[in-house]
Write a protein that binds this ligand. Structure first.
Ligand code: AMP
Length: 225
């Protein structure tokens, strides 16, 4: 793994589905020039491309479970070898298990690095099911919308005017509950792992998107300088 590029800052966003990891990671990418690295996005791309990893992952993702550590780590390593990650990365949806957290620590240690900051987005479970079950995105530009909280004006995307919208197949109430249970069983224990490493910060992610973004930026800015 010596070919892995050196990354100046490695930030982790922890939190259950619907906590806003993707939204906030995209905002940090735009404002601070960090690279969002979402294992969920990488896996969805593998599913769409019909690769062997994607074919193995598809049914697990639709059931709200976790894809095997082996597949996820391979996909993540490939992505970490690309030169753009040298601007610093925000890991969104990774790590999700003890094995993944240890593998990340080892991978970073090879280049004398460690996790710079792990931010836990703290939210109420029941609100998450409602958030996840109503969300959809503009098929053209990816802008996020919600059936209840943020509807596109006159049926067209407020950002690019697109009229086609898409929903993830795992964004329904039943799968959202399963994903929450998976989060509490396998991922929430990582909060203690990063607290022990002295890099954990907690953030109230029940606030509106702009307030979360403001608080997050305040936490991240000193670390990437
Ligand atoms: P996300 O887009 O982060 O909500 O991820 C969607 C789905 O992809 C999850 O419910 C898992 O099935 C799978 N997935 C994403 N990241 C990981 C990971 N780090 N480990 C295992 N499965 C993952």
């Amino acid at each position: 793994m010596s070919e892995v590029c050196t990354t100046p800052a490695v930030l982790i966003l922890l939190g259950p589905p619907g906590a806003g990891k993707g939204t906030q990671a995209r905002m940090l990418e735009e404002t601070l020039g960090l690279i969002q690295l979402s294992t969920g996005d990488l896996l969805r791309a593998a599913v769409a491309a019909g690769t062997p990893a994607g074919m193995a992952a598809k049914s697990v993702m639709e059931a709200g479970g976790l894809v095997s550590d082996e597949i996820v780590l391979e996909i993540l390593r490939d992505r970490m070898m690309q030169p753009d990650v040298q601007s610093g990365v925000i890991l969104d949806g990774f790590p999700r298990t003890d094995v993944q957290a240890s593998a990340l620590d080892l991978l970073l240690a090879e280049t004398g690095q460690g996790v710079s900051l792990a931010i836990s987005l703290e939210v109420d479970d029941e609100a998450m099911v409602a958030r996840v079950a109503g969300r959809h995105t503009c098929a053209k530009c990816g802008e996020g919308y919600h059936d209840t909280f943020k509807r596109p004006t006159n049926g067209a995307c407020d950002k690019c005017g697109g009229t086609e919208f898409k929903r993830r197949s795992d964004d329904n109430a039943d799968t959202a509950r399963q994903r929450l249970a998976t989060y509490h069983a396998q991922t929430a224990p990582l909060i203690a792992h990063y607290a022990g490493a002295g890099v954990l910060r907690r953030l109230d992610a029940m606030q509106d998107i702009a307030a979360v973004s403001r608080d997050l930026t305040r936490m991240v800015e000193p670390v990437i300088r």
